[in-house]
Write a protein that binds this ligand. Structure first.
Ligand SMILES: Cc1cc2nc3c(=O)[nH]c(=O)nc-3n(C[C@H](O)[C@H](O)[C@H](O)COP(=O)(O)O)c2cc1C
Length: 516
């Protein structure tokens, strides 16, 4: 039995990184601003290559782009301008804000603590305007740096055990996560954040790819060591977390010639000193895949974890009609997105809530979500102010398009407590909690199922952000007291684990003020 099959590691990590009232009260950790990590990875010795500054707009409505899927068989290849569009709207700097200590750079996708631990690398054949190679994306100056010249896609075909979307993709984007950049604030809980923050970024990336007519597939099953070696990342600090195959070409890439040689490139240190949290590296090692056969056996066969049939009163969701549906383009919506810092206690409508639930949960193209339509997380809601829906707690039955009321009542105070005693979840119109039954997920996917369930939550959460902003509402991700969340939604949620939380409502301030 390999490490990945022994899911004790995922349970240990999950239980050890739960938040509770006491764990927060007794944690002496503080943020050392003098040692704040750099938000960018910098290769000082490599020549930068500027990306086209004028980023194109597809004009496709955000609420379509997050919900639809381009057929995997569609032949399409991005050119350099499309590459720029994909990178800018997933990880680019969309807003800068000066403060007494310097300047904050906010990015296209929400990220815990604005610490931006996800780095993007491109592995491509020759694209219009871009030579075949392995590149690192630098959001600060919006450029690429070439790490390797030539076509290395064959190395990814090998590393994914011949995954079809990767094999045919003209371009694959590799997302890596950097421990220290996020652990500076969140300590060992950062490994959960890898999934969340990589997920919100992927929600944007896949939506923009869809708007561009490019098939996209998120791939989590790969040989970790081979992908990390291709990028030559220092795995004590940075590790590959997900791949995204983009586009489809008729021809397969040339076979990988040999193991990738080390690059030994100079990198600017993130901080004067770094603190190591071994629990995360242990979790990563225990969820790593080590042979081609293991990779091939890993993908697909997602457990179907839909809730049991409703036992309580149900309300059908009522998405907006085509005529009522806001058509703001995906690029505009991403550009104006920002996490809401203060909600007004004013109601949203059932139509708005229904639209976001419907559009955000139509499926994610991912190797761990096969058969299509599988979803690892279940959505539970605390409804505070939704016209047409009584306040109370609900579970969403995706396949029936219905909300089942678990408990009527005014739960604003409970929401504030569960969301780490913050005002945001208490003031929101609705709080959407993601809970997952980890038992069948870890049974099927081993420890790596833990990466998948966090990543899926981040992607769905990212789509909820976009669906809210597309309707001119506000949203924010939040963190929570784990077991108290499960307790609140029990007995229905008995045995499930709290994975993610998004609060939605009207912002009390305008958007620009929100970006604090
Ligand atoms: C998963 C997740 C959890 C978050 N948790 C909190 C939170 O507990 N409290 C909070 O005020 N903001 C929270 N945020 C919002 C981030 O602070 C915000 O995304 C970051 O500062 C970047 O700003 P922007 O989203 O406006 O671009 C969270 C965001 C995400 C994606």
């Amino acid at each position: 039995m390999t490490d990945n099959r022994n899911s004790d590691a995922a349970w240990n990590y999950h239980n050890a990184t739960k938040h509770s009232y006491n764990s927060i009260r007794t944690n002496a950790h503080f943020m050392d601003w003098s040692n704040h990590p750099l938000p960018f990875k910098i290769y000082p010795a490599l020549e930068p290559m500027r990306l086209p500054g004028e980023v194109r707009q597809s004009g496709v409505a955000a609420l379509s782009a997050i919900a639809e899927r381009v057929s995997a068989q569609t032949k399409a290849s991005p050119d350099l301008e499309a590459v720029a569009q994909l990178l800018y709207f997933s990880a680019g700097i969309t807003r800068r804000r000066k403060y007494s200590g310097g300047e904050m750079y906010f990015r296209a996708a929400a990220c815990t603590g604005a610490l931006y631990e996800v780095e993007l690398y491109l592995v491509c054949g020759e694209l219009g305007g871009l030579e075949a190679g392995v590149y690192h994306f630098g959001p600060a100056e919006f450029n690429l740096r070439k790490l390797r010249a030539g076509d290395y896609r064959g190395a990814l075909v090998e590393a994914t055990g011949g995954e079809a979307a990767i094999a045919h993709a003209p371009l694959t984007i590799i997302c890596t996560c950097t421990y220290w950049r996020n652990a500076w604030k969140y300590q060992a809980r950062t490994y959960r954040h890898f999934g969340w923050d990589n997920g919100t970024l992927l929600a944007n990336l896949v939506a923009v790819a869809t708007a561009l007519g490019l098939p996209a597939k998120v791939v989590c099953g790969f040989l970790d060591a081979s992908v990390n070696r291709l990028l030559d990342v220092d795995t004590r600090r940075e590790v590959a977390f997900s791949l995204v195959a983009l586009g489809r070409a008729a021809d397969l890439p040339p076979q990988a010639s040999s193991e990738s040689n080390p690059l030994s490139l100079e990198i600017v240190p993130l901080s004067e000193r770094e603190v190591d949290y071994p629990l995360m590296r242990e979790m990563h090692a225990a969820s790593s895949l080590e042979s081609k056969e293991e990779v091939q056996a890993w993908r697909g066969g997602a457990p179907m974890t839909d809730s049991p049939p409703p036992a309580g009163p149900i309300v059908s969701i009522k998405p907006l009609s085509d005529a009522e549906m806001p058509r703001d383009p995906i690029e505009q919506v991403i550009q104006r997105r920002g996490s809401t810092r203060k909600f007004a206690r004013s109601p949203i409508t059932l139509g708005q809530l229904s639209t976001m639930l419907d559009r955000a949960t139509r499926g994610v193209p991912a190797d761990f979500l096969d058969p299509p339509g599988a979803q690892l997380n279940d959505l539970y809601l605390m409804v505070h102010a939704v016209e047409g829906l009584s306040p109370g707690s609900y579970v969403f039955h995706r396949n029936r398009g219905a909300l089942e009321c678990l408990k009527p009542g005014d739960f604003r105070a409970d929401a504030g407590y569960l969301g780490l005693q913050q005002e945001l979840p208490a003031d929101a119109a609705v709080d959407i909690f993601f809970l997952a039954d980890l038992r069948p997920i870890l049974q099927r996917f081993g420890n790596r199922g833990y990466r998948a369930v966090q990543l899926e939550a981040g992607i769905l959460g990212g789509k909820l952000y976009l669906a809210s902003y597309a309707q001119r509402l506000g949203a924010t991700g939040l963190t929570f007291f784990d077991d108290a969340v499960t307790g609140f939604f029990s007995p229905h949620a008995e045995g499930k684990s709290a994975i993610f939380l998004v609060a939605v409502g009207h912002s009390a301030k305008n958007k620009l003020q929100d970006r604090t």
